[in-house]
Design a protein around this ligand. Structure first.
Ligand code: FAD
Length: 319
């Protein structure tokens, strides 16, 4: 599956772009599931100004999708039309700490590395990130959280570039974070976050992070090809319990499996396609709804299009 080369259409202004542009770039290795099709055009901006320049010049009818570390992402086999933007490199991974322990970190910084770095510097408030294998940009968009803490808790500011290339300085109110939700406009590409850190003892912070890692290893399939929590927890309930009670622990569809270890995680056992994974998700939704009347909502972001002729109905084999 290949898209027409978008660079042929864009014209000379792309010569001034300092970042990297690659046509028909296979996205599967950029996702934890390791499945899916290509991006019509992948853009790795050199820095925030380069990102803004690109977006300002990109014709408005061309869709744009930003991805992070692909840990909550399912890319469909038909690929992603338009431009996929992935922030990477030093310009988006820097960390600056001021005298009041306000920490500004680039959106491409992996959460886990950030937590480790902060602990070493004796700055607390980030141990929960030790269990979340995404980047700061994804954490802002998903309001990633665990172990009773969420991204929004000590966030004091963020920056984003919109589809027109305008840079926005944002307050927590602008972001309207809620459980696995961010209310900032969908086209905003986060470039950095600023958090209020608190002074802590490096040894104690390390111990806190070790507890997080141990809990993860014992309770989640952290070494598998997965997309993290598949469904959001319905109010007052646990998605994993609903899946388990529907008798789906270990259930397989093609190469995709409901994790025997944690039933809200789906696994690519080796040869799964994105279609297998999505069909398995919809089968779960169908069976849970049939049993309980509840509609689970996907937490994993499914992006791109199906292969020609493929369609996956919602709530498969359900009520
Ligand atoms: C083993 C495992 C365990 C996990 N445990 C947890 C957990 O405990 N808690 C939790 O909350 N999540 C968990 N997750 C899910 C995932 O790690 C988080 O949702 C994470 O924040 C996603 O970040 P990412 O960089 O991987 O984003 P992606 O998966 O690449 O993208 C997710 C969404 O964020 C958007 N996005 C990414 N970068 C940006 C940006 N710069 N600007 C704007 N939007 C952006 C994308 O468009 C997409 O909509 C887990 C995942 C795995 C695989």
């Amino acid at each position: 599956m290949a898209f027409p080369d978008l660079l042929d259409r864009l014209g000379d202004w792309t010569q001034e772009v300092r970042g990297r542009l690659q046509s028909n770039f296979n996205l599967a290795p950029y996702t934890w599931f390791r499945v899916g099709g290509p991006a019509q055009l992948l853009f790795n901006p050199a820095d925030e100004a380069d990102l803004a320049f690109f977006l300002k010049n990109l014709p408005s009818d061309i869709p744009v999708l930003v991805i992070g570390l692909g840990s909550n992402l399912l890319v469909r086999e038909g690929g992603v039309e338009g431009v996929v933007i992935r922030l990477s490199g030093k310009a988006f991974s820097s960390v600056e700490v001021d005298d009041d322990l306000k920490v500004t970190v680039g959106a491409a910084m992996p959460d886990m590395r950030f937590a480790t770095q902060m602990a070493k510097q004796g700055i607390g408030g980030f141990a929960f990130y030790k269990g979340i294998p995404g980047g700061i940009g994804g954490a802002l968009r998903m309001n990633a959280g665990a172990h009773g803490a969420e991204t929004k808790d000590n966030l004091i500011a963020a920056r984003a570039v919109d589809r027109q290339g305008v840079i926005h300085d944002l307050t927590p109110d602008d972001l309207q974070h809620a459980y696995r939700h961010c209310g900032a406009p969908a086209d905003y590409i986060f470039t950095q976050a600023t958090y209020q850190g608190v002074a802590g003892d490096p040894e104690a912070l390390k111990a806190e992070m070790d507890d997080v890692s141990t809990y993860r290893e014992e309770n989640q399939p952290t070494k598998e090809r997965t997309g993290g929590s598949t469904f959001k927890n319905p109010d007052g309930l646990s998605a994993w319990k609903l899946v388990d009670e529907a008798g789906l622990r270990g259930f397989m569809l093609g190469g995709a499996q409901v994790s025997p270890k944690h039933t809200n995680f789906l696994i690519n056992t080796g040869e799964a396609t994105a279609e297998d994974i999505e069909r398995l998700g919809e089968t779960i939704r169908g069976k849970v709804r049939e049993r309980t009347g509840l509609a689970l909502h996907w937490e994993i972001k499914r992006v791109g299009k199906h292969r020609d002729g493929v369609s996956i109905p919602e709530f498969m084999d359900g009520a």
